[in-house]
Design a protein around this ligand. Structure first.
Ligand SMILES: [Zn+2]
Ligand SMILES: [Zn+2]
Length: 264
């Protein structure tokens, strides 16, 4: 049986017979980021899962996102830029990136959620008033629903900020909650959480945990960018060098595996 996203797998490298370049890091079974050492999951996912006391949900990033870099400038600029025109321009870029990928990778999403999606919403902000910045990108909700196909509902009110504290590498299943008015929609639903960036996953996985605790059948997280720090971490630099940045969930992408089967 192939390894699932919740499996904990010890992996081993064959003994080196002669010195050579270090192999590229393996891919985390949860977040598709680089793994250091003999693990199936990266340090961040192992830490977040242990502190959340729950299994993590799968993450299918659209792109790898090195910092600094042009994609990161977009993913930060659409919410942080002091210039309104720039925020709008970055927002349009993000909307196009997200919607094109959701359309192209519908099969990948259906595979990890074991069926067609019912609900889609942005990961709520943990600190900003007024909801998730993604929810304020003009036209994003309509385009996302169109990209995902019939039957799916955009329901940003399915989650709201609750009292639990949250921080970097500090998830909390009680940081978000499903309000009473959304409980019937969430119960038994397959839910897609969209986000701009994924770093440690503490916020997104906390949001996913709240949905699972409210009875969601499946939750999958799609961030536009899986943030990597090649300027600080050699493993991130080697990981980026080994695969195109556009294939954020490359090893778990059905399209790429089909393309590989066709050329092999
Ligand atoms: Zn990970
Ligand atoms: Zn894919």
């Amino acid at each position: 049986m192939p390894p699932g996203p919740f499996c904990y797998i010890e992996t081993s490298q064959p003994p080196a017979t002669e010195p050579g370049p270090a192999p590229a890091p393996l891919t985390c079974l949860i977040c598709c980021g680089p793994v250091s050492g003999p693990f199936g999951h990266c340090f961040a996912c192992r830490t977040v899962a242990r502190r959340l006391h729950l299994p993590l949900v799968p993450v299918l990033p659209i792109c790898l996102c090195p910092v600094p870099g042009p994609l990161y400038a977009i993913l930060l600029g659409y919410k942080e830029s002091p210039v309104t025109e720039a925020r709008c321009r970055f927002g349009r870029c993000l909307r196009e990136l997200l919607c094109r990928a959701l359309l192209e990778h519908r099969a990948c999403l259906a595979a990890v959620s074991d069926g067609p999606l019912d609900l889609v919403l942005p990961v709520p902000s943990s600190s900003r008033p007024g909801g998730a910045p993604l929810g304020r990108v003009e036209g994003l909700a309509e385009r996302v629903v169109t990209a995902l196909g019939t039957g799916v509902r955009w329901l940003p009110t399915a989650l709201e900020r609750a009292a639990g504290q949250i921080g970097h590498m500090r998830p909390n299943a009680r940081a978000f909650a499903v309000p009473c008015r959304a409980r019937s929609a969430v119960r038994g639903a397959r839910v897609l959480l969209v986000d701009d960036t994924y770093v440690s996953g503490a916020r997104a996985q906390s949001a996913a945990a709240a949905l699972r605790l409210a009875g969601a059948r499946a939750v999958v997280i799609v961030p536009a960018g899986r943030v990597l720090r090649p300027d600080r971490l050699d493993g991130h630099a080697a990981f980026l060098a080994a695969q195109p940045a556009q294939s954020g969930h490359g090893p778990r992408c059905l399209l790429l595996s089909q393309a590989g089967a066709g050329t092999g």
